[in-house]
Ligand binder design. Structure first.
Ligand code: NI
Length: 185
């Protein structure tokens, strides 16, 4: 496996719409997924989308580990997952404000409104497909990564840009926000 170079905000690759993968379980997809997972773990992130490593395919990897904040319901957590051609739909209109970072915007965190509860699906690189319900950080990271496939970085989802901060200043800013628990995706 190979550590991949991560594109940073301003690189045009992050603004392009990624393309559907015709062979989700092909060897090329599996190789990409392996490299993406290794790159994400090496960088200390919890999510990564293929455009962030200069690849224009609709592929994401993510996880929502326990111990990340609270004792939420089972739907708030998931093991390391790789999805090809993923899609989601909101379950209800409720949105939650939570902190997010991004490996393509190092050192910066922002409070982003996201749907609180979603259903998502995707093809698995090992074959077959998966459908899940997600809440909490699990729902947040999936929405963040699918946005990358459509060329959208998290600041464009923010409703209040005064809640965008350098990580070192976040403790002071956090007092202004009702909920936290984000991480770098
Ligand atoms: Ni990101």
């Amino acid at each position: 496996m190979t550590l991949l170079k991560i594109a940073r905000m301003g690189h045009p690759v992050l603004l392009r719409r990624a393309l559907e993968v015709g062979e989700p379980a092909g060897a090329a997809t599996r190789a990409l997924v392996g490299d993406m997972a290794e790159t994400m773990e090496d960088a200390g992130g919890v999510g990564l989308a293929a455009p962030q490593v200069h690849d224009g395919r609709r592929v994401i990897v993510f996880k929502s580990p326990r111990g990340r904040g609270d004792d939420g319901p089972e739907t708030a957590f998931c093991p390391l997952t790789a999805l090809v051609n993923p899609a989601f739909e909101p379950l209800g209109d409720e949105k939650e404000l939570g902190w997010e970072g991004c490996l393509s915007i190092p050192g910066i965190t922002g409070a982003v409104p996201r749907f609180a509860r979603i259903a998502y699906r995707g093809d698995l690189p090992e074959g077959g497909s998966v459908e899940r319900e997600a809440t909490g950080f699990h729902a947040r990271v999936v929405q963040h990564e699918i946005d990358h496939l459509d060329g959208i970085l998290f600041p464009r989802r923010m409703a209040d840009l005064s809640l965008l901060a350098f990580n070192e200043e976040l403790a002071r800013l956090a007092e202004a926000v009702s909920e936290s628990g984000g991480a770098t995706a």
